[in-house]
Write a protein that binds this ligand. Structure first.
Ligand code: AMP
Length: 545
């Protein structure tokens, strides 16, 4: 027997309607690329989204299911795109500006973006490949200063687009299971793969992050959204804030520690998010130059890479600010788990509490976690038994965009994360390693296999293996072990860096190289990266740079 409840589609339009109805005066503050400050309300956002959806449908002829790309920083216009594109029944495809040129070109062509909204400051990155972007009919330029010129074809400025249309527009009707947004993961060794989010998954994810045992956000909060809007929908915060009635502060490209601290102080920010590298930088800068008054900041939510226990401890001791550790993936919208102490932990020592807080935490309502051992059995929740972490839930993908491969899914439909972890008796998950051959530096992925293939293409190199090494600022950096073809024909790290810079973004290129007689191998002849990591940890892989 079915329940006798109304059908109420959970859509991004419903989120925006709610924010406008219940918290119309709440603020969205943007620190724009030209360093000016912009502030308006949820009610202003609502009206401009109506105009933008209208322009998409009636000026550009956008049809339901069309892909519309964004190539932009965090600011109010990007929030407008998060709502107005799905409001036109199209799909908001956020393009990660930190990927390599080759990957950006691939994902724009693979997703078949029809229009791209691009920030003027990064338009030159797209200019180089514009002739290869065959599906793109228009480029809309955001935040162009006077005298801005570009070689991109068919451009119009964002404000000019909005000027011509009215806000009298009915959202195009969608089903809650229709797609509303897409983000490509770069966390694979092959080409990036698209994670296609639905209206329903986006709504439920936002509700769950807001809930007290998770992010715990409400209308008293002013939240700094450092997580880029071009990566996993900024962890869903632009949607969650409208439901919570929380004010948003958006920093665009003002991401240096000093700029963040200025915003924390001037905007009286009490909550924030970001990857560990950002918070390590802010902590160091605050230590060098302590603020005159206590910060309004109460807590910062960290994910993307492990939050070091020493940072949680230092920030709290020196500035009274709480670090909250979370875990997630592009494929999981992203939030899967979060680590907050429970009442039973209150009696533990501070050191024991810190250990729990440094774990990746308990699953948030709406998802389930399990650890699967190599023999296929489910690991006991004992905090010791390791295996691959698997997840299922209301905002976890069930397949990749345009891909039929089931490699990442178990036979019973769980998503295999590639993270190696344990779960303890209280349900706290802890990541201990990863099966993915990848390096995560400053929150962005670097494929070790892609680097190895590229280095081995150099004519003086016979073999190359790349591993992650710990780094205080970036959490991890790549180190390349290189075997020369001929010991007498040397190659310098500078030559290799110049060689790699043709195909890799700057942050992806290793600055550390060790020249070896041979790369350690496994019994089946594969590069033994575990052994390389061990040698490095024991100081037996000395760096040549
Ligand atoms: P992405 O899809 O690029 O967001 O990357 C997701 C991956 O980042 C996860 O599978 C983990 O390997 C890693 N990751 C995310 N959050 C954490 C965390 N809190 N601690 C350690 N690794 C993390």
């Amino acid at each position: 027997m079915k329940g006798q409840i109304m059908s109420y589609p959970l859509t991004t339009n419903a989120i925006l309607e709610y924010g406008n109805r219940v918290f119309p005066d709440q603020s969205i503050i943007s620190h724009l690329p030209n360093k000016t400050r912009h502030q308006y309300t949820f009610a202003d956002l609502y009206k401009r989204c109506k105009k933008l959806s209208n322009a998409l449908v009636n000026t550009f002829g956008v049809k339901p299911g069309d892909m519309i790309g964004t190539f932009a920083w965090n600011h109010y216009q990007h929030v407008e795109l998060y709502y107005a594109i799905p409001g036109a029944a199209a799909i908001c495809h956020t393009i990660n500006i930190r990927l390599s040129e080759q990957q950006i070109e691939f994902i724009i062509n693979n997703s078949e973006d029809k229009i791209i909204f691009v920030d003027a400051s990064i338009a030159p990155m797209l200019e180089k490949m514009a002739s290869l972007l065959v599906t793109v009919e228009h480029f809309v330029i955001i935040n162009a200063s006077d005298g801005f010129t570009t070689t991109l074809p068919n451009t119009i400025q964002y404000e000019d687009l909005l000027k011509e249309v009215s806000d009298d527009f009915e959202w195009i009707v969608v089903d809650e299971n229709d797609a509303c947004a897409m983000c490509y993961t770069s966390g694979t060794t092959g080409q990036p793969k698209g994670a296609l989010y639905s209206h329903r998954s986006t709504y439920l994810h936002a509700l769950s992050i807001m809930s007290p045992n998770a992010g715990c956000y409400d209308a008293n909060d002013t939240i700094l959204l450092i997580v880029p809007q071009f990566h996993v929908m900024a962890w869903g915060f632009p949607y969650m804030c409208l439901l919570a009635g929380a004010a948003m502060v958006l920093p665009s490209l003002n991401l240096q520690a000093d700029a963040i601290i200025e915003m924390l102080i001037n905007e009286k920010i009490n909550k924030a998010n970001g990857v560990p590298t950002i918070w390590l930088g802010v902590y160091e800068a605050l230590k060098k130059n302590p603020p005159k008054e206590k910060l309004a900041l109460q807590e910062y939510l960290v994910g993307g890479s492990a939050l070091p226990q020493s940072l949680i401890e230092g920030f709290e001791r020196d500035f009274g600010v709480r670090g909250v550790h979370a875990w997630g993936m592009t494929e999981t919208s992203p939030l899967g788990s979060i680590s907050r102490l429970q009442p039973k932990h209150k009696k533990l020592s501070v050191e024991a509490q810190l250990k729990i807080r440094a774990k990746q935490g308990i699953e948030i309502p709406g998802v389930e976690l399990r650890v699967v051992q190599e023999d296929g059995t489910i690991a006991p929740r004992d905090g010791k038994t390791v295996g691959e972490l698997e997840i299922k839930g209301a905002w976890v993908i069930d397949s990749y965009y345009k891909t039929t491969s089931r490699e990442k899914f178990s036979d019973d439909g769980w998503f295999k994360t590639g993270d190696v972890s344990t779960i303890d008796a209280d349900g706290f998950m802890e990541i201990t390693d990863r099966t993915k051959d990848l390096i995560k530096s400053g929150g962005e992925w670097i494929s070790s296999v892609a680097l190895e293939i590229a280095i081995m293409a150099h004519d003086k190199v016979m073999e190359a293996a790349v591993i992650a090494i710990p780094n205080k600022k970036w959490v991890e950096r790549p180190l390349a072990g290189v075997v020369l073809r001929d010991k007498d024909k040397k190659v310098t790290p500078e030559e290799l860096i110049a060689f790699l810079s043709k195909n890799f973004a700057k942050y992806q290129i290793p600055e550390h190289y060790v020249f070896l007689d041979e790369i350690p191998k496994t019994s089946v002849g594969k590069f033994n990266k575990k052994e390389m990591r061990r040698l490095y940890a024991e100081g037996k892989l000395s760096r040549s740079t």
